[in-house]
Design a protein around this ligand. Structure first.
Ligand code: PRP
Length: 206
């Protein structure tokens, strides 16, 4: 049996469709219900829906053998897992943004609002710039508008949220996409099956 952690939401649903197309379907997961764990004994898979930011925790601790997770979460959490594949889905970027035309000067401490304090800290450390982190949990874009922060470090996908709030990207930090990750011990002990999944995904991507 292989345990697969899927992120609840659109990305997880897309990922499940890929697994299904590889022969790892699980009819129960397609039913309209609110169950969270689904097993298909026939092909030896067990899926569960996890909060996207928790997927790497399940995988790192071995509760899941493999999982699908955004690179943003891997970078932020510094998860000790194997990153097997870039699935090329859920593409976006991590960027510094702020009010249009109000780029803060680099000689003062910059107030940075973000859901990703570790990514923000290491980005600014690499630039030797002093910052103060203001940790928020969502709707980050309003922070500079209300003068809670000078900039934000956040995900930009289409750029619509920034544009519609009179904000603009100042600097790109890193490209983000969904990754297939594996627990390190599982990768060793369930190598055949995990490798089979990996190879098959690689083939359909080519
Ligand atoms: C994310 C991100 C931005 C938005 C970017 O927010 O934090 O707010 O999407 O997308 P866009 O460039 O296509 O406009 P999410 O929907 O995850 O909500 P939250 O961070 O506010 O909780």
């Amino acid at each position: 049996m292989i345990n697969i952690a899927l992120p609840k939401g659109r990305l997880g649903e897309k990922a499940y469709k890929i697994f299904k197309s590889l022969g790892y379907g699980c009819p129960e997961i397609e039913e309209d219900n609110r169950k969270l764990i689904f097993t298909n004994e026939e092909n030896g898979v067990c899926y569960f829906w996890a909060k996207p930011s928790d997927v790497a925790v399940y995988v790192e601790r071995g509760a899941a053998d493999i999982g699908i997770v955004g690179k943003d979460i891997l970078l932020e959490q510094g998860s000790d897992v194997y990153e097997l594949l870039d699935l090329g889905m859920g593409k976006c970027r991590m960027a510094v943004a702020g009010i249009k035309g109000c780029r803060p000067s680099s000689d003062s401490t910059i107030r940075v609002a973000t859901k990703f304090p570790n990514i923000a800290r290491s980005y600014y450390a690499s630039q030797s710039r002093d910052i103060e982190i203001i940790k928020l949990n969502g709707s980050i874009e309003i922070a500079p508008l209300l003068n809670l922060s000078d900039v934000i470090v956040d995900i930009v996908e289409t750029g619509t949220t920034l544009r519609e709030n009179n904000l603009e990207p100042f600097e790109d930090i890193v490209d983000i996409s969904a990754r297939l990750i594996a627990n390190k011990a599982s990768y060793k002990f369930k190598y055949e099956k995990i490798n089979d999944i990996c190879e098959k995904i690689r083939n359909i991507k080519e």
